[in-house]
Write a protein of this length. Structure first.
Length: 699
């Protein structure tokens, strides 16, 4: 933004000072509005175009996002500022605006949205035949076939572009060959065959080069749980290390970068472009600095970066109808990403921890270091020297080796316990928990079982679903969200009392269940820890599926199960008819009541809070709003139909189930008593847990 403003308002390149402009933007949220106001003359308005807005969500840190949001919103809210904003964003990143406080306020009131549809058949024909006619090129053999293959493809344009480039390199006089096009498998097959051929050639030129290239391409990918991966930029130094093999040979890494970006390896056969192949990565420079040799430092403060040439390389094309497995446009790389998809989560985790550790002082600096389990997960990440992640990992490794040396002197039980934590992905502090589990098994301590609260039967019918007329009216303006708030509502009856968990099931309780079952069910694993700090103990257990929860309940006893959707809302509301059990406002008398993204707690949008940290509802239940979503046993249906009180037998499970209650990762709207979503029975994530229900015994 600073560069764009300098180019727009300072005509003399010698007088431009991008760094100074950036400093003003960072330090004063009114800087953009002031700049534009100073340039207005009563007749001129200004248009700021932000292309690929989704990169704000994928490349930027939290504070950068907020700074950018404040500048744009500040200028757009200034009635005297003649600024218009045009932004382009991929449709699957539209929800990112919900986490921008300023722009989200303007999104539904001042924003004019235009959905750019996939290029039409005639538009694509024009894109193929128009330039060909100007060049005197005969494309008659391939146009119809390309239009056929591009039908329904979201990424058709870059695929067609790549296919034309390849066929141009293999043209017969002025004719592009239809036979060659069909032989290579069409637009998607050409991309895949060229990329695979490039890796094979690289493997022949550099021993092990194919695997190292895949590691680099993986490092350049920001992994998404939904499969819609995006590009992730790396500095040249980071890219060299990622591509440098097990020894992190930067010279070798640079050779791979050169080859994948279209440069030949000295002394080797010609690179991919000489054979009409495809480039997989690009090397670019920040700012206006240039360097003749991309392997050398860039003068004048510029920084060289490596990026994927196009997101088509890492995009999902669809799913296999028989297996449901995701299929990428380039299957070799996509399968490699799927196999190593946990890398993205742990890479982001390391970055967050490194930033927090850098700001910490005293003992927090010691305890904030990565543990052995974390270091194992970070083993494939090689941040550049000078970056916070580099020092964090290096110091953590040193401290970890010191800890390992001390642990080697511990005999018997304690030594075995440490191995147990590593083997099961537990934090080292969980060694004491294992000793507690042993004492429980020996009958010296009570079992960690859920604490229950009795809920009386309802006095006739009660309402479930959204009850606030104003909110219902707002939801009806966007009918795609009606299913998420039970609009229209319905009624239900609780004809018998039941006992329900006072708290959500904790890691301590669930881990003890896994501990007792490990000998008889080797497939059962301890769920991964809460996000951000791998917290366990008194935190609600997350990363458990609907099937996992039902297995735990079966272990507790036949009378235990998940609550139905109607039972859950009845207990959560505790007789209230407001947005939350405590009232309509997210805070009451300034008190923080829940853990959500915007509720005001220390854990908001960061991690799961330990149970019992917030006030209970009027019936004594904790965290029915926020902290983690909770499984119910009810079948997910987009509209209420009277079956909300029906519990599905786990043995007959099929289709998604209802989840309720909101979480630390959702905004305050998500913690309304009416908020609901659906989840697959095998699905797991880091903001979804459960609460037990013990049904009344039959008289």
């Amino acid at each position: 933004l600073a560069e764009a403003l300098e180019r727009a308002f300072v005509s003399d390149p010698e007088r431009r000072d991008t760094l100074a402009r950036q400093g003003r933007l960072e330090n004063d949220e009114r800087a953009l509005a002031y700049l534009v106001n100073d340039r207005k003359d009563g007749r001129t308005a200004f248009v700021l175009v932000v292309d690929q807005f989704e990169e704000l969500f994928t490349f930027s840190g939290r504070e950068q996002k907020l700074q950018f949001d404040r500048q744009l919103a500040g200028a757009l809210n200034d009635a005297e500022c003649p600024l218009f904003l045009i932004s382009t964003v991929r449709i699957d990143y539209l929800d990112g605006f919900e986490r921008l406080p300023g722009l989200s306020e303007l999104y539904n009131t001042r924003c004019k949205r235009y959905l750019l549809k996939t290029i039409s058949r005639e538009g694509l024909r024009e894109a193929i035949e128009g330039p060909a006619a100007l060049a005197g090129l005969d494309v008659s053999e391939v146009t119809t076939a390309m239009l056929r293959d591009a039908s329904g493809e979201i990424g058709a344009l870059p695929l067609v572009e790549n296919a034309l480039q390849y066929l141009w390199g293999h043209r017969d006089d002025n004719r592009l060959s239809g036979a060659l096009y069909e032989d290579k498998g069409g637009i998607a097959g050409l991309l895949e065959s060229q990329a695979d051929a490039l890796l094979e050639r690289l493997g022949r030129e550099i021993p092990g080069g194919r695997g190292d290239a895949l590691e680099l391409l993986l490092a350049l990918t920001r992994i998404s749980d939904q499969g819609n991966h995006t590009r992730r930029r790396l500095s040249v130094h980071e890219a060299r290390l990622a591509a440098g093999g097990k020894r992190r040979d930067e010279k070798r890494g640079q050779a791979l970068i050169d080859y994948l970006s279209g440069k030949p390896i000295p002394g080797a056969r010609p690179g991919p472009h000489a054979e009409g192949g495809v480039r997989l990565i690009s090397v670019s420079t920040d700012g206006e600095a240039n360097a003749a040799d991309e392997s050398e430092p860039v003068p004048d403060g510029g920084r060289r970066h490596v990026d994927l040439i196009h997101e088509t390389l890492i995009r999902m094309r669809g799913k296999d109808e028989a297996t449901g497995k995701r299929i990428g446009y380039w299957r070799t790389l996509y399968d490699y990403i799927e196999k190593n998809r946990d890398r993205g989560f742990y890479r982001d985790q390391m970055t967050r921890k490194a930033r927090e550790w850098q700001k910490s002082r005293g003992l927090d600096r010691w305890f904030g270091l990565a543990g052995w389990g974390d270091l194992v997960r970070y083993r494939n990440f090689y941040p550049a020297r000078g970056e916070p992640e580099y020092r964090y990992k290096r110091v953590s490794q040193r401290v970890a080796w010191i800890q390992a040396g001390l642990a080697a002197g511990v005999l018997g039980l304690v030594g075995q316990s440490y191995y147990w934590t590593l083997d099961n992905g537990m934090p080292p502090g969980y060694m004491l928990m294992q000793q507690r589990f042993r004492l429980i098994d020996w009958g010296l301590l009570p079992k960690p079982l859920p604490e229950l609260v009795q809920i009386e039967a309802s006095d006739g019918e009660f309402d479930i679903g959204e009850l606030d007329e104003g909110f219902i009216a707002a939801v009806n303006q966007q009918p795609e969200f009606r299913k998420n708030f039970g609009v229209p509502g319905t009624t239900a009856t609780i004809d018998r009392p039941f006992d329900i968990g006072k708290f959500e099931v904790t890691y301590e309780q669930y881990d003890y269940y896994v501990w007792t079952r490990k000998g008889t069910d080797d497939a059962l694993d301890y769920p991964s820890g809460a996000p951000d700090d791998n917290g366990r103990g008194r935190r609600p257990v997350v990363n458990v599926s609907w099937n996992d929860a039902n297995a735990y309940l079966k272990w507790l006893g036949d009378e235990y199960r998940l609550p139905t959707e109607a039972e859950w809302e009845y207990a959560a509301r505790a007789g209230s008819v407001t947005a939350h059990w405590w009232g309509d406002d997210i805070r009451q008398d300034g008190q923080v009541r829940a853990n959500c993204d915007g509720c005001g707690s220390d854990w908001d949008n960061r991690t799961v809070a330990p149970v019992g940290r917030f006030a209970p509802n009027d019936w004594g239940l904790y965290d029915t709003a926020g902290n983690v979503w909770e499984w119910t046993c009810s079948q997910w249906k987009e509209q209420f139909d009277g079956s909300e009180g029906v519990c599905v037998d786990p043995a007959e499970a099929s289709g998604p189930r209802v989840i309720r209650g909101g979480s630390w990762h959702f905004d305050p709207v998500g913690v309304r008593s009416s908020s609901r979503f659906g989840g697959d029975t095998v699905g797991r994530n880091d903001n979804l847990g459960f609460r037990v229900l013990r049904a009344a015994r039959t008289p």
